[in-house]
Design a protein around this ligand. Structure first.
Ligand code: ATP
Ligand code: MG
Length: 285
């Protein structure tokens, strides 16, 4: 029987999240380190462990059918593959950073500068779009030390909190690209593989939704229910159950993780009490 081949990062920042995403989709596979390839026991997929830089090429050539990696690498490698789903983890940005003490005047600052990066393609696109002439020093890792050792005047690198830049005396000045982990796929999958992929994407979406939402339960006086329903729209609408105490009820609903604290404040103001917030295991609409 046909099996879908999924490429994930062998080791590094995406490895653990990629494995746990597949595990949360109910896909069971051996967990040995040092493996290059493994087969799931209960779902028709094989997992290949690769360097993230190689995944776009392998997916284009169908060595793997799909792959999980950062958008930054997808755009940098610019291979003929489709992006199938954003995954909401490994959020970061590709930014230009300069020595902290330098005055920044705008993009023209970079004219005639040497910029170290492991994203030469994206950097050179940015530079040409802004008519800047700079020299690109391509290096494969530890980009942030390049100015300190005299290899470059500035860098173009992945940033999330900015603490690595701080430690190296650098200051972020321009963001070129926002990135997160995505699934890419080969454009020519046969029908059997497409069917496996559709099943997998269905599960991934359910997991993603559950991570983005929380289940909320609260008590409120009946007089506050109208206002609380406006604050908590729910998937269809909130569930309302009467409490043993007259004039009170319990409301159940779903809130988004990203505006969750906002909602809690509004609910308390509206008269909600005994608020419980519970993680959702899977969410299927
Ligand atoms: P490989 O050995 O597979 O080539 P790598 O060293 O190129 O790994 P990692 O540092 O493991 O890559 O990062 C993998 C991806 O994780 C990056 O391409 C980016 O999408 C994302 N990423 C990198 N740094 C961060 C960060 N600080 N915060 C969030 N995501 C990040
Ligand atoms: Mg890499």
């Amino acid at each position: 029987m046909n099996r879908l081949k999924i490429a994930i990062q062998k080791s590094g920042r995406l490895n653990e999240k990629s494995r746990s995403l597949l595990a949360e989709c109910g896909i069971k596979f051996p967990n040995g380190t040092g493996l290059l390839k493994t087969s799931a026991r209960n779902f028709p997929v094989d997992i290949l462990f690769l360097r993230d830089d190689d995944i776009p090429q392998y997916v284009e050539q169908q060595v793997a059918d799909i792959g999980i990696l950062g958008e930054n690498v997808v755009y940098e490698k610019n291979r003929n593959v489709s992006t199938l789903e954003k995954l909401g983890f490994a959020n970061c940005r590709l930014s230009l950073a300069i020595p902290g003490e330098d005055r920044f005047t705008g993009p023209e600052y970079f004219n005639n500068k040497r910029i170290a990066t492991s994203h030469p393609r994206l950097l050179s696109e940015y530079l040409s779009a802004n008519s800047i002439s700079a020299r690109i020093e391509e290096i494969s890792g530890s980009v942030e030390i390049a100015p300190g050792i005299g290899l470059a005047d500035a860098i173009c690198d992945i940033v999330s909190s900015g603490s690595t830049l701080d430690t190296n005396g650098l200051r972020e000045v321009i963001t070129i690209l926002d990135s997160q982990a995505v699934i890419i796929g080969n454009k020519d999958l046969d029908d059997e593989k497409k069917a496996i992929l559709a099943k997998l994407l269905f599960r991934i979406r359910a997991v993603k939704r559950s991570n983005e939402n929380k289940y909320i339960l609260l008590n409120a006086p009946e007089s506050a229910v109208g206002e609380i329903c406006r604050i908590l729209p729910g998937i269809k609408s909130p569930t309302i159950l009467p409490l043993a105490e007259k004039g009170w009820c319990s409301l159940h609903s779903v809130v988004r993780e990203d505006d969750f604290w906002e909602r809690i404040d509004q609910l308390r103001k509206a008269g909600a009490e005994g608020i419980l917030v519970i993680p959702i295991e899977k969410m299927i609409l």
